[in-house]
Structure formats: C-alpha cells, structure tokens
Design a protein around this ligand. Structure first.
Ligand code: 13P
Length: 279
C-alpha cells in the first residue's frame, strides 16, 4: 500500500527500528526492493534523486514506483530524496510522491529554516510530510566534513519548520567510504534530547559497519538511506548474467538475475535496521 512518510516514520518510532530507504534508478531496482519488502513483511521507502525527475526517466520510473507501492501488501512510501528547490518538489508531488525531502543544508541556517518551512506548508496542504537536513552531508570524496549537526540548532530548526524527520551529519557521507566510518552516537542522543525526540535520518548507509548502524538506531535513527549498495547489487547481478555464455537474450529473462541481486541486498538491509516483520 502507498503510505505517507509520516506513516512509516511513526511505525519506526513506536517500534524502535529504522525504515530502510532505498534509492532506485530503474524498474528492476524498484522490483527488487518491493519483492524484498513483501517477503520480509517490512515497511520501506522507495526514493529517487531529483535528477531523475529532471530528465525523462521520471516519466517512466515514478508511475512504476507508485504501481509497485499500490500493489504491495506492506506499507511503501514514495519519497523525493534531496529536493533542491520547490520546482523538484512540485514535480515529485505531481508524480505522486508521498514523502518529500527538502535539502537546504548548504544554505545559511536562517535561509534553510525559512525554505524548509515553506516546503512543509506546501506539502502539508496536500497531506505529504517532509524530511529536512541540517549539517551538510556531502560525498566521501569531500575534503572536510566536520561541521556536524549542532543539537541546539537542530532543536530550533525542528521547532521552526515542523519537519517529521531530520537528516543529520554525524560522521556519515554519500558513496563508498574509504575507511569504515565511526558515527558520533553521543551526538545522535544529544540531538534527540534537544529536539524532543525528532526521528533522525542516516544518509550514506552503504558501507557503515553493522554495529555502528545498530548503535545509531538504538540512539534514535529512524530512517536509513541506501543508494550506492543498490547500484552495486544491480551492476554485479547484471555482470554475472552477461558473463554467462548460456544466458537468454530476452531482456526480461536475463534481468531476473539483477532483480534477485537487488532483492537480496534489500533483504539484508531490512534485517539490519530491524524492519522485518514490522508491516
Ligand atoms: P549511499 O549511496 O552512500 O548509500 O547514500 C545514499 C543516500 O544517503 C541517499 O540520500
């Protein structure tokens, strides 16, 4: 069933686990994630980067996500990841997104808070809830990423914007880490305390050691994003099948293997964050 961001975040908050949020790129990755969610009776988020809405991929991919969510017997939210402006937000809403992330984290605090509040007002008018970001989560290739989210600023941000969950910088980054990251778990606790327990979002979920993920969830992370690992599972599955001299030439048949490979990865992450059997 297609549900809102708030619905799945509330489930996670009540059950002390995290919702896995998988970035998808094509119909096969959507299928792999939806099959995993169904098999493990897990609520999940299927999310897209805004670039997919800005080229023609969105015309094909967004209806496939909505169809997969509606067909599922478990709760699935269709979420925009890192929306940079109102334009992408409006596009995502038009394509049926039930969750929106607005990312103003590179802006000064005031501007980020003001823009986020504006997006929350637009989205709430159509019953869609919003994730914000405070403390810019960059890429593993960035030079410095030491401006971790400040708990007091987070409290002010949440009060002013009314976001339902908040992405924070706590030692995480997007992409495959050069060395395993050590998350600032004390900061997670401090942000939760200062904000009256706002559900927190851990971006850059590919490659964070399992124990760190579990500690972050115990401290209050309620959504974990996984993108790069989905790409690798799909690419590895495709390579394996292309390397097989006996493979079928029919695309729908040889794509079954990469779909399985994405499903397997999604099942591992669902179990890791404790979302299995929580639908
Ligand atoms: P990874 O690609 O590092 O898993 O990060 C995904 C993400 O956080 C999307 O917002």
């Amino acid at each position: 069933m297609l549900v809102s961001l708030k619905d799945v975040i509330d489930l996670a908050e009540k059950g002390n686990f995290a919702i896995p949020a998988f970035n998808v790129y094509n119909t096969e990755t959507v299928m792999g994630v939806a099959k995993a969610a169904e098999e493990l009776r897990a609520p999940v988020i299927i999310q897209v980067y805004p670039r997919l809405l800005n080229d023609e991929v969105g015309y094909y991919l967004c209806p496939a996500i909505v169809a997969a969510a509606k067909k599922a017997t478990v709760p699935i939210c269709f979420h925009l990841d890192h929306g940079p402006s109102e334009m992408e937000v409006q596009k995502a809403l038009r394509w049926g997104a039930t969750g929106i992330m607005y990312d103003g984290s590179v802006l000064p605090f005031e501007e980020n808070a003001e823009n986020t509040k504006h997006i929350v007002d637009i989205c709430n008018a159509v019953d869609v809830s919003v994730e914000g970001e405070l403390g810019h989560i960059g890429s593993v290739n960035d030079e410095a990423m030491d401006e971790f989210t400040d708990p007091n600023e987070a409290a002010e941000f949440v009060k002013r914007t009314n976001v339902v969950c908040l992405a924070v910088l706590i030692g995480n980054a997007h992409g495959h880490y050069k060395k395993p990251p050590k998350l600032d778990i004390e900061r997670v606790k401090a942000i939760r305390e200062a904000t009256g327990n706002i559900p927190l979002v851990l971006h850059g979920g590919s490659g964070i050691p399992d124990e760190e993920v579990k500690a972050a969830i115990s401290a209050g992370v309620r959504k974990m994003n996984i993108g790069t690992d989905v790409c690798c599972a799909f690419a590895d599955g495709t390579k394996e099948v292309l390397d097989d001299p006996n493979r079928s030439l029919a695309v729908d048949i040889f794509m079954k293997h990469p779909i399985e490979s994405v499903k397997k990865l999604a099942m591992e992450k669902i179990r890791l964050v404790g979302a299995d059997q929580k639908a």
